[in-house]
Design a protein around this ligand. Structure first.
Ligand SMILES: [Zn+2]
Length: 396
């Protein structure tokens, strides 16, 4: 868990060379990476696009290629790796919420909608962060929603109801995570600046636990410590178009800093990156915000791909917890839209997109993977299989 200095890494590298070459899937000393940075163990960056079904990916891909003249990073990632589909149903029924699907990915077990890190009967389920930390693997999570929200909480906490944000915040500061970044300072602070009415200031407790706690981009840029709790908004971070005017870091910036820190661990790492608000924009049936959030999420994927290019033992997995809204570009009685009409995707009124609903959809979602273990993610999987495959990569 320590942020090792270069000398320690050099020592580990020499030891790896002395122990002989060879690629091992788990915790034996494996090959030395191609680039300048040395890694001895397999690592995983898991991207979860909340609500990122094939509809919003298709729209984002079309808009990016036609209107921005650039391929999505996730398209490039899939081209060099593997594509699969993931079923997302929960214990409750065919349509999951983020708590049940987050728990399925984090723990490998199905649970009821609304439940975080537990069975529907209240039994605790070990999550990937807990299993990894027991083996000295560095873990962290970054999101655009509150860090106490259901998806990040599935890796950090165990509560019977996802609305228990204050209790989730308490469990976050007691967790093994080295990096936690997103919104939600409201749940960590007492009433003068937050909503905790039990007198407990979790920011102070987090500092006692070794976290640097920062609240804006300036604080983030000056961070030089070993553990980081970044809380950049009261609850969710703003949608991408209004974030750009504020001193709030992007998902890509947070991802890059998280990777910088976690990569220092010679035992490998697991970073979870959530594009948490694609879903929120889809609940509002706002295509411009959903597209903005998708592109911000894709930017974070691109930054991880740059790190992966230097570190051959990093597997990147991109998936979603569920579909939401089911947007699609479609025609009407006057005909089908042309490529010029794609510009309307970024306006308030977009006549070329129709939505199935303002709620989650029970369709399969894609999984894309690249890196040494990408082939594990082909075919039709269940969301619990994502957990099992990550465990096999990390040797958990
Ligand atoms: Zn949702």
């Amino acid at each position: 868990m320590k942020r090792y200095v270069r000398f320690a890494l050099l020592g580990a590298l020499l030891l790896a060379i002395a122990c002989g070459p060879g690629r091992f899937r788990t915790h034996d000393v494996g090959e030395v990476s191609r680039g300048g940075t040395q890694t001895q163990h397999h690592s995983v960056v898991l991207f979860i696009g909340d609500g990122m079904g094939i509809g919003i990916i298709s729209i984002g891909k079309m808009y990016s290629e036609v209107s921005l003249g650039a391929e999505l990073n996730m398209t490039e990632l899939a081209s060099s790796g593997t594509v699969g589909y993931v079923t997302t149903h929960s214990k409750t029924g065919p349509v999951t919420d983020s708590a049940a699907s987050g728990t399925a990915i984090a723990t490998g077990s199905k649970t009821a909608n609304g439940v975080v890190g537990m069975t529907e009967d209240g039994d605790f389920l070990d999550n990937l962060f807990e299993l990894a930390a027991r083996q000295g693997i560095a873990v962290g999570v970054v999101t655009t929603t509150s860090v106490t929200d259901a998806t990040p909480a599935s890796f950090l906490a165990h509560v019977p109801a996802r609305e228990m944000h204050p209790e989730i915040a308490e469990q976050i500061v007691e967790s093994d995570a080295q990096i936690v970044m997103g919104g939600g300072y409201w749940y960590f602070l007492p009433p003068d600046s937050g909503m905790r009415d039990n007198g407990v200031n979790l920011v102070e407790i987090a500092r006692q636990k070794g976290f640097d706690v920062v609240f804006d981009r300036e604080g983030l840029e000056s961070f030089r410590g070993e553990r980081l709790l970044g809380l950049f908004a009261r609850e969710s971070m703003p949608f991408e178009r209004s974030r750009l005017e504020q001193e709030i870091p992007s998902l890509g910036e947070m991802t890059e800093i998280a990777l910088d820190v976690l990569r220092q661990d010679p035992d490998g790492f697991l970073l979870v990156v959530e594009g948490g608000r694609i879903d929120h924009a889809e609940h509002d049936n706002s295509i411009s915000d959903a597209l903005g959030e998708l592109l911000a999420f894709d930017d974070a994927i691109g930054r991880a791909m740059q790190v992966q290019a230097e570190d051959s033992l990093i597997t990147i997995v991109v998936t979603a917890d569920h579909d939401c809204g089911g947007p699609g570009i479609t025609g009407d009685e006057y005909g089908y839209p042309g490529y010029d009409d794609l510009e309307s995707l970024v306006s308030e009124q977009c006549p070329i997109v129709q939505w199935i609903s303002g709620y989650h959809i029970g369709t399969m979602v894609p999984v894309l993977a690249s890196g040494p273990d990408h082939e594990l993610f082909g075919g039709i999987l269940d969301n619990t299989d994502i957990n099992h495959r990550i465990r096999s990569i990390l040797g958990l």
